[in-house]
Structure formats: structure tokens, C-alpha cells
Design a protein around this ligand. Sequence first.
Ligand SMILES: *Cc1c(COP(=O)(O)O)cnc(C)c1O
Length: 399
Amino acid sequence: MLPSFRDEFLLPRHTDGTPAVYLCGNSLGLQPRGVKEAMHQELEDWANYGVEGHFHAKNPWVSYHEPFRRPLAHVLGAKELEVAALGTLTNNLHLLMVSFYRPTKERFKIVIEAGAFPSDQYAVDSQARFHGFDPKEAVVEFKPREGESTLRTEDVEEYLEKEGDQVALVLFGGVNYYTGQAFDIARITAATHAAGAVSGWDLAHAAGNLHLKLHEWGVDFATWCSYKYLNAGPGAASGIFVHEKHFDEDLPRFQGWWGHDPDTRFKMTREFKPARGADAWQLSNAPVFNMVALKVSLGLFEAATMPALRERSVALTSALLEALPQNDSYEVITPRDPKDRGSQLSFRVPKGRSLFEKLSAAGVICDWREPDVIRIALAPLYNDFDDVERFVSILSTLA
Ligand SMILES: *Cc1c(COP(=O)(O)O)cnc(C)c1O
């Protein structure tokens, strides 16, 4: 199996000085060791060159975003021109919906998974309203069956078969942030297309976690953030995917100068000529300092490769589930079958927050999501089997 890249990361410490059990890579990935030096390089180049750093910096800022394409394409399962590092996740959701949510009187609904991340709910509500629809009618929150915590793909398929002619867009999270359920992106995309709708994905919890094949699955568009499994630091530049089949379409798009064809961008002409591919959605020049850590981290993903990381992730989560003592103070609501989950496991705790607080006091860094879930994630780049053992042994003494 792929060895751990733990030594490439800086690990937070518990208050007593011992290394914490860090199980929060689904919320904020750790800092790769190489970031400080890489950041220093940009600071030095800025100091030494000023504006000329755009051309003379070691990594010239005018084309700073370009080398991100290849590693991002590998992480997302895309072609290089289909991906771009830019913006932030919620911003990108809006930019992409401007292009891909084009409702008509008959076909105007957006289907999201019930319990989607609040920012996504707010984004789709406001998009529906922007087009003159009442979100109560236009936004469909797809719920699990009574008494179940997670969705069944066949239910989504059946809904789309029956009611799909009103659906303009299906926008799910690749992995639900609360339950940790990984959706079958290929099947849901196929069902979405069969219904005549657009398939969009929020991959905040899937990028750098699942082995994605966005191009092959025919996903229309996707966006993600880079500070979770991709370890790019708080608020880091996000990224987008637009399938190649849309490159030659005349899509509505909110435009900015960095989306212009780079060969003629600096001619500063009045006409906007879009760059080919995902780059056309860029508005502004690259936020270099917000991309430094992403660049370093993507180097580690290139070395590790996504299929090998995914294998390690499944081994880690399976080991944890196997070692977990039966206990009525928690219930794992994340699906047991590895194909239906990523690196995250969600524990429903009927007795409330106290177990989470005890875990924190014992040196486990995980998180609490209202109303009743403790989330842990075993990020395969830096978590190892020792973390699994330590978590299980701490949990056994507390629960
Ligand atoms: C983390 C996360 C966000 C956060 O959005 P930002 O715009 O990066 O602040 C949005 N949606 C989902 C599903 C998330 O998991």
C-alpha cells in the first residue's frame, strides 16, 4: 500500500505538547511542510522585482495559474483544459449557475440533496429568485426514505424518470458534508441527462478524497474548495470543471479580463474573446498568495496519485469501523460499503455534544455539526493506522 506522506505535513499539538489526533482534514487540511519556502519565494520575488515579477518571478505571475491544470486534471479525472484554479467555492457556484442554470417556464427546478451545506442552499435559492422563481417551488430537496439517514441512488433515478421534465439542474455534493455519504456521480449524472437536465456537482468534500472521473462520467460542471482534502489553507483559491462538450457553446457567462484569450488579452480590445476551456470563467488575475499552498499540496497528490490515496483511505476507514466497539452512545450514519463513502465517518450521538467535548479534551481534533453529529476524517495523505488506534482507544474510554 501507498506509504503515508505524514512527514510532509506539520501536525498540530495537543495542549500537553503531544501530537494531536488530527481527524479534521475534511474541514481544513494540514499545512504541507514545503509551503513556507514556497511562500518565501513569492515574497522574495515581489521584493526583488515589484511589478516585473509578473514576468521575472521564478513562477511568473502572469501565467501562475497554468501549471495547476495538469495536477488538478489528475485529481478530478478531467482533461487539462476542463479545469482551472480560481475564485472561491460559493462564488464559483454562482458563476457556473449563470452559465448552466437557464430555467424556462416548464423546466426550472434545481434538485439538491436534503441537508446540503447551507451555502449551497442559499446559492440555489438566490439563483431561483434571481430568475423570478419562488425557491419553495423551484428548489427540490431530495430526502432519504423515512427512517433512513442516506439517499438511495435508485430513488433519485426514479424521481428523475417521473418528474425530470421540470428539472433544469441537479446539483448534489459529491460527498454529503453531514452524513459522509458519497453519491454515485456516474449514475446520477446519467439519470440527470436522461431527464434532459444539467448535472452539476459541489465537490468540496470529494476533491482529493474520491477517485473522480468527471470527464468520463460526462458531468457538465463542478466546483470545489481547496482547503479541505486539498490542503491549500484557509480561504485558498478554489477550482472549477467544465466539460469539454460545452467549449464550443455560446454560453451566458459573467466575464472578466482573465477569462479572455491569453494570446490577445493584453491588446486590451473592447471585444471579449473567451479563452478555451475552464479558463474562460476566470475573472481576475491569479491570487498568487492564495495559490502557493495549493501548488505545493498538488505536488504531493501527483506523487501519491488519487487511485493509491483512495485505496489507503478505504483501508483506514475500514480498519476504524472494524475496531470500533459496539456502543449505544453513538451510531455511525455513514454508509458501511466503501463505495458509498470517502474518508469521512459521521457519528450520530443521541446524548448531545458532551462526547465531542470529551474527545477534544483528550487530544482528538474532529468537529461537531448541529444537531447531533461528530465528524471525523482519515485523510490518506497524512493520517495513518496509528491515528485509527489512538482514536478507537480514546473513544472506548469515553463513550
Ligand atoms: C466547505 C463547503 C462550502 C464552503 O464554501 P466557501 O465558499 O468555500 O466558503 C460550501 N459548500 C460545501 C458543500 C462545503 O462543504
